[in-house]
Design a protein around this ligand. Structure first.
Ligand SMILES: *[C@@H]1O[C@H](CO)[C@@H](O)[C@H](O)[C@H]1NC(C)=O
Length: 315
């Protein structure tokens, strides 16, 4: 009935074609010279349109990217200290951490004859402080690093918290390593006069600082103290808590600050050994870092760290 459809004939139904014939006509329609429904000039136009479209789109993207990178500084954060989200109040961290399957956990729990996991974790952690990267570092015990230099970490300074002694775990005298979170360009304001100490400091720390002042040692140190959280924890922890670090301070030596992202920077560590732990009970421990510009807030994890320790006798 209907004539063969001609171009521009939009009013009549197109002829009914079989599936294969219809498809062939869709691929190439000799009458209208259309390939897949478009004439060659139509194809050319659409191709040119998309080429221009994508060129402009990518130029736009590159331009935005360049604008963004031009606001960044080389090797240092754009927002520093108080301007930044992490702020100017460093947190403390501890190692070894419990297995990853239990991210929420801060419980260091082991049986005296089964310490492999914890020793391995510490070995892995400390390996990063003895890197084989060809960068020469300086001994910061006496000297502050100059521009671009970094301090070395001598793992012997933590003795007896060493790998050879399995960090004291089999003896029931476990060592916990503490680190202060890195904040770019953060400088501690030291408690370096015994007349100006914080009243909240534990007595043992106050007397430690006073004795160092007496022996004319460097007091520019971010001090560290660890204590049981509750009276029962204090009793179960006992009073044999020792601190090991570079130069045997009870804290982080000031020469390591500020962190300026220098090549191969290693952050200072303090090893704390708990040598009189009551076995078979869970002990809550809180460690704090002390400088005048560190505020302590347990819920915000500012300036302090909390963990639990539980040492079991073999069954
Ligand atoms: C004590 O610390 C402050 C910075 O917190 C520093 O400016 C001052 O030089 C230090 N005093 C001594 C004697 O090192």
């Amino acid at each position: 009935m209907a004539d063969k459809s001609k171009p521009g004939d939009y009013f009549n139904r197109p002829e009914k074609l079989g599936a294969w014939v219809g498809f062939k006509q869709f691929l190439w329609n000799p009458e209208t010279k259309q390939f897949m429904g478009r004439t060659s000039s139509s194809w050319a136009k659409i191709l040119i349109f998309y080429i221009i479209f994508y060129v402009i789109l990518s130029a736009f993207f590159v331009a935005l990217f360049l604008i963004f990178t031009s606001t960044l500084k080389d090797g240092r954060p754009k927002y520093e200290l108080k301007e930044s989200l992490i702020g100017a109040n460093p947190g403390l961290g501890f190692r070894p951490m419990p297995p990853e399957s239990n991210v929420e956990s801060t419980l260091v729990w082991y049986e005296k004859q089964n310490t492999d996991y914890w020793v391995e974790e510490l070995d892995k952690f400390l390996k990063g402080f003895n890197p084989n990267d060809g960068i020469s570092r300086i001994d910061c015990k006496k000297k502050k690093p100059e521009h671009g230099e970094s301090c070395e970490i001598n793992l012997n300074a933590f003795s007896p918290c060493t790998s050879e002694r399995k960090f004291g775990y089999p003896e029931g005298r476990p060592c916990i390593f503490l680190k202060l979170n890195k904040i770019y360009n953060w400088l501690p304001e030291y408690y370096n006069k015994s007349s100006e100490l914080n009243q909240g400091m534990p007595e043992t720390l106050k007397s430690h600082i006073k004795s160092r002042e007496g022996s004319k040692k460097d007091l520019n140190v971010v001090w560290v103290s660890c204590e049981g959280e509750n009276p029962a924890d204090i009793e179960n922890l006992g009073n044999s808590i020792s601190y090991y670090s570079l130069g045997s301070e009870q804290g982080f030596l000031g020469n390591y600050f500020p962190f300026m992202n220098s090549d191969g920077y290693l952050q200072p560590l303090v090893a704390v050994q708990f040598s009189s732990v009551k076995t078979g009970v869970l002990i809550n421990i809180e460690c704090k870092a002390w400088s005048k510009n560190i505020a302590h807030d347990r819920s915000d994890r500012r300036g302090s760290v909390h963990f639990e320790l539980m040492v079991d006798e073999p069954k």
